[in-house]
Design a protein around this ligand. Structure first.
Ligand code: F0G
Length: 418
């Protein structure tokens, strides 16, 4: 089992109070001297660690870099990102029946997904290490963010995508921001296998969520939620429900809360219950939680309309499974129909999201129906990507355009006013 405890010992390899630790064997590494994604000794996942953990009163400014005290650098390659809305959704709140419901819309980031928070930090680290080509495997959003932040940083980018399974908006972004785009006849997990191989051979710097620094940026979602919820309600949320694919965000939220507890800023029982939602056709995390397993089983066949989370081998599971368990959360699988229904409900509140994002609200509804989530809980659902990412899914879920003759009379006829 992974050891995710934050300790007080600062190893000699630390650079300005920052280092990397292997969560499996505890070995420590210098953070920026060499390119490294996993442990040299045991191949375990790495985590960024700090000699000084931040307190809420150290945060100033807006967006991801407001939280520089919790990050490895003071500033990064920025567009800028973060500071996303925490929408009220009164109709869904009433219908689902919880104490309060807010929707953190990460689709409002510069490239339309939460990935920007990770990239602003990840590309900054890439510059520090001095790498050439940046690369990722992607179900779409990571590639869009990598292309934009790579362009901003003046760096070459390469993305591997599962052919035919990436939504149109995301490919358009990667293309226009000048990524080299390779369409692979395989799924996301297979694309990631290849990119890991390329990275291992020194051909590219990997910016998937396996890269521990990306998760540092994504931690700021948790910090924003905690600050804003406290400002609005005088307390932290009981639960955060989020869509899960590679489980990077799940791991990042848990890291955020572990650091706040260790810094003495919140108590263990103020940590929100981290609750994951996956599509039924790609639900290895749900399987592991339900069966009480310490590891996920790799699903070779995955399918869902929510292509962003069409993932069968969540590489961050060793960080994310303890996050769900230790915070008292859970994981739930939702059908494509339930996802589309939730996407429509969010749209009915003016909040436009892509299908994967709506899995959080679909998951909340299912867990309320099952009585797992109680009626007095304060809940935040994360919506991870913008509606325009997947215009085809949005059009299919929404109203059909109606043809009409070119006259006011014809329009009135159609409206039933004549
Ligand atoms: N929601 C959206 C819109 C995503 O694009 C992703 C992941 C997730 C949720 C899942 O997040 O991996 O941290 O559990 N998209 C990646 C990509 C895999 O390539 O864009 P996770």
């Amino acid at each position: 089992m992974a050891n995710l405890e934050l300790t007080d010992d600062v190893p000699s390899v630390a650079d300005d109070g920052v280092w990397l630790t292997c969560i499996e064997c505890g070995e420590s590494f210098a953070p920026f001297e060499e390119v490294r994604y996993t442990c040299d000794d045991c191949d375990g996942l790495l985590e960024a660690r700090y000699a000084d953990l931040p307190t809420f009163d150290e945060f100033e400014g807006e967006g991801v870099w407001r939280y520089s005290a919790a990050l490895p650098f003071e500033e990064g390659v920025t567009l800028p990102e973060g500071n996303t809305p925490l929408h009220r959704v009164p109709r869904i709140e009433e219908e689902v029946g919880v104490g309060s419901l807010r929707v953190k819309h990460e689709g409002m980031n510069p490239t339309g997904s939460f990935k920007d928070r990770g990239m602003t930090v990840g590309v900054r680290v890439a510059k520090e290490i001095g790498v050439g080509r940046l690369a990722c495997a992607s179900t779409g959003n990571t590639s869009a963010a990598l292309a934009a932040y790579g362009a901003r940083g003046g760096m070459e980018t390469l993305v591997l995508l599962p052919a035919g399974k990436v939504a149109a908006g995301k490919i358009a972004q990667a293309a226009l921001h000048k990524a080299r785009i390779l369409k692979v006849d395989g799924n996301f997990d297979e694309c990631l296998d290849i990119v890991q191989d390329l990275a291992g051979r020194g051909e590219a710097y990997l910016l998937n969520s396996l890269n521990p620094f990306r998760l540092e940026g994504q931690k700021t979602i948790g910090l924003e939620i905690m600050e804003e919820h406290y400002a609005d309600y005088g307390e932290f949320p009981d639960r955060i429900v989020l869509p899960v694919g590679n489980a990077g965000n799940t791991a990042a939220l848990y890291k955020c809360f572990r650091e706040l507890v260790k810094a003495g800023e919140i108590t263990e029982d103020q940590v929100p219950k981290i609750t994951g939602a996956q599509a039924e056709g790609a639900a290895p995390m749900v399987e592991a939680i339900e069966e009480g397993n310490d590891e996920t089983r790799r699903w070779e066949e995955v399918e869902t309309r929510a292509t962003a989370i069409r993932i069968g081998n969540p590489v961050n599971a060793p960080k994310a499974l303890p996050g769900i368990r230790e915070t008292g959360g859970t994981a739930v699988a939702v059908s494509d129909e339930e996802i589309t229904a939730a996407q429509r409900d969010l749209a009915g509140e003016g909040v436009g999201v892509e299908p994967a994002s709506a899995a959080s609200v679909a998951g909340l509804r299912k867990l309320r129906d099952r009585g797992v989530i109680e009626d007095d809980e304060s809940v935040v659902c994360l919506t991870t990507g913008h509606l325009l990412k997947d215009p085809d899914a949005a059009a299919a879920a929404g109203n059909d355009p109606e043809p009409v003759d070119n006259s006011t009379e014809a329009v009135l006829d159609l409206l039933g006013e004549n």
